[in-house]
Design a protein around this ligand. Structure first.
Ligand code: ARG
Length: 579
């Protein structure tokens, strides 16, 4: 369905075109939601602009537009001041719109005329290192953005750009050869925890022991040459990490395709050659660099994008250039979205600029976005740590949230079965972590608090899930066959809180469309929070069960439940039927 906003703009534009005999371009109306509902729902401010084109008085123009406007949409159209037009949508028209939403699986969201291929790269942890609380943001935000585009009918490719290649493997493998040979030979199983311990020890020895350092560097050469033993060790390390990562994705219900840095290995040489061929490479201190206009340091000197180190090795920059090439030419992306901490914003701006400069990326055809996010802070305002002072492991953090949710569930539903308790605790616990992350403005630092995220009041997952459960309760009480009610009855809005709720419901698609542009999931959490509040106001003012409007109100409840459930699903949350 077309959004209400776009429908209004179209109708007003048509009225302008008809009444003033203008071209479609000239007639495109400036329509905006009214700042205050007392004035109306939408406002058109075009009369002043059109006065210049038509040489007529703005108020006369406004009258002509109003006369030509489709009057069935509004209960009131008023001209104010020098020629502003305020439109108040009629309850009948809104009721009709909501009824249409009930039979639309996309709940009023506009679908694209043509499916486009959207690549969403997110999560992207590093092998042999635990996913930490910073990666949680990438995982949660990325999954939400991918879900949004999937819901809107796009062809989405979810990619996990795991850090699975690089010089760190040389030192880790060398260290494990002498400290855990049975693991490397595959005789003894191991865990991600053990791997991380070896990684830290290897790093220490690498820094302190020149002989070890040399051995580690030789190991890198062997690995890059594809030597069998080294490759086997590398694969084993990746497998162990992969199992650790999967456990977290399973817990969060996130699906993603692994396509780590190593995937692009075979393309790196060609990337450098292409840049060389186009004359874009400058040698600086023996390294091959690309300098791009507009990227300067504080001293005003151009910053390099280093695509080949002086020792001939490739790096993070080279890999990301190969990745963008592959995504454009092989994956045929129409849009590329990369989610990482905001600290990498400059890196990606440079990658995008380089891809444009060499002619791979045409920004008129392909949109690229780096979606940055801030740090996760503890209650003390410092970087989030465990009580023991270590960086919080993601799996512990999620387990803790689920444990706390379990205690709340047991208190509220003492007679629930162990299965139900486990299920509710999982939905509430992981849902609370996701929702609280997504409801924060992503570009700012975000303060993590179990207490706050599990509150029943305020903008929390629990509050929304509770509103959903409440609607289920109403529906159970009325005991009507909903699909029959949808066929036989119609929504007829009357009470002001009903109309306010109805208008908000109809805006769902508009909100989703907005997020496809600025990629800020907090618009959706705010929308859903307001929806729950508007629903509560409606439920306070309007009786459902046994009233003469019972069937219409039941339908309004059903639509609210559907929008809530769908909205939560886009955020990556599941709903429950009781709580
Ligand atoms: N592995 C990196 C990290 O943990 C993030 C990768 C981001 N994606 C990319 N295409 N460079 O910081």
């Amino acid at each position: 369905m077309e959004t209400l906003f776009s429908l209004f703009r179209r109708k007003v534009s048509e009225a302008i075109q008809k009444s003033l005999a203008l071209t479609a371009d000239e007639a495109t109306a400036d329509v905006a939601p009214c700042a205050q509902e007392a004035f109306g729902h939408y406002q058109c401010n075009s009369a002043l602009r059109l006065a210049g084109i038509t040489k007529q008085k703005p108020r006369d123009i406004a009258h002509k537009i109003v006369d030509a406007f489709d009057s069935s949409l509004c209960s009131k159209v008023e001209i104010a001041g020098p020629g502003f037009i305020n439109f108040t949508i009629s309850p009948e028209f809104l009721s009709y719109q909501l009824q249409e939403m009930l039979s639309d699986p996309h709940l009023g969201a506009p679908l694209p005329a043509q499916r486009s291929r959207v690549i969403v790269e997110f999560s992207s942890p590093n092998v042999a290192k635990e996913l930490h609380v910073g990666h949680i943001r990438s995982t949660i935000i990325g999954d939400c953005i991918a879900r949004l585009f999937e819901f809107l009918g796009q062809d989405v490719l979810r990619l996990n750009h795991i850090g699975d290649w690089g010089t760190q493997f040389g030192m880790l493998i060398t260290y494990m050869y002498s400290h855990a040979p049975q693991v490397l030979s595959g005789e003894e199983p191991t865990t991600l925890d053990a791997l991380m311990g070896w990684y830290r020890a290897a790093k220490r020895q690498f820094d302190d022991d020149p002989q070890f350092k040399k051995k580690a560097q030789q190991e890198v050469v062997r690995l890059q040459a594809g030597e069998k033993g080294s490759l086997q060790a590398w694969k084993l390390i990746c497998d162990v990490s992969r199992r650790g990562f999967s456990a977290i994705y399973d817990l969060l219900g996130v699906s993603i395709i692994e396509r780590g840095e190593s995937f692009y290995n075979s393309m790196l040489k060609q990337v450098v050659e292409e840049f060389e061929k186009k004359g874009l490479v400058t040698i600086s201190d023996g390294a091959r660099c690309v300098f791009l206009e507009g990227f300067k340091n504080r001293e005003g000197e151009l910053l390099p994008l280093m695509i080949q180190k002086s020792d001939g090795g490739y790096n993070y920059d080279t890999t990301d250039l190969a990745a963008i090439y592959h995504r454009i030419y092989v994956e045929k992306a129409d849009r590329i979205i990369v989610i990482t901490d905001i600290g990498q914003a400059l890196h990606f701006q440079m990658i995008f600029a380089a891809a444009q400069k060499i002619g791979w990326l045409n920004p008129a055809k392909i949109r690229v976005d780096h979606v940055g996010f801030g740090l996760v802070l503890g209650a003390d305002g410092k970087k989030f740590k465990t009580r023991s002072g270590e960086t919080e492991r993601l799996i512990d953090l999620l387990t803790e949230a689920v444990d706390r949710a379990r205690r709340i569930v047991i208190e509220r539903l003492p007679n629930a079965s162990p299965q139900e308790i486990a299920h509710l605790a999982h939905v509430l616990g992981t849902g609370a972590v996701k929702y609280s992350d997504l409801s924060a403005c992503r570009t700012k630092d975000y303060t993590f608090s179990y207490e706050r995220m599990l509150r029943f009041e305020g903008n929390t997952a629990v509050f929304l899930l509770y509103a959903y459960v409440r609607i289920q309760g109403i529906q159970r009480k009325v005991r009507a066959d909903l699909s029959a009610v949808i066929k036989q009855h119609r929504i007829a809005l009357q009470h002001p809180t009903e109309i306010t709720l109805g208008l908000h419901l109809r805006r769902f698609g508009e909100i989703l469309e907005m997020i496809t542009q600025d990629l800020m999931p907090n618009h959706l959490t705010e929308y859903l929070y307001e929806l729950a509040e508007k629903f509560n106001a409606f439920f306070r003012d309007c009786r459902v069960e046994g009233s003469s409007e019972e069937m219409s109100r039941l339908l309004l409840c059903e639509l609210t439940a559907r929008v809530l459930r769908q909205g939560l699903e886009i955020l990556g949350l599941k709903t429950v039927d009781r709580m």
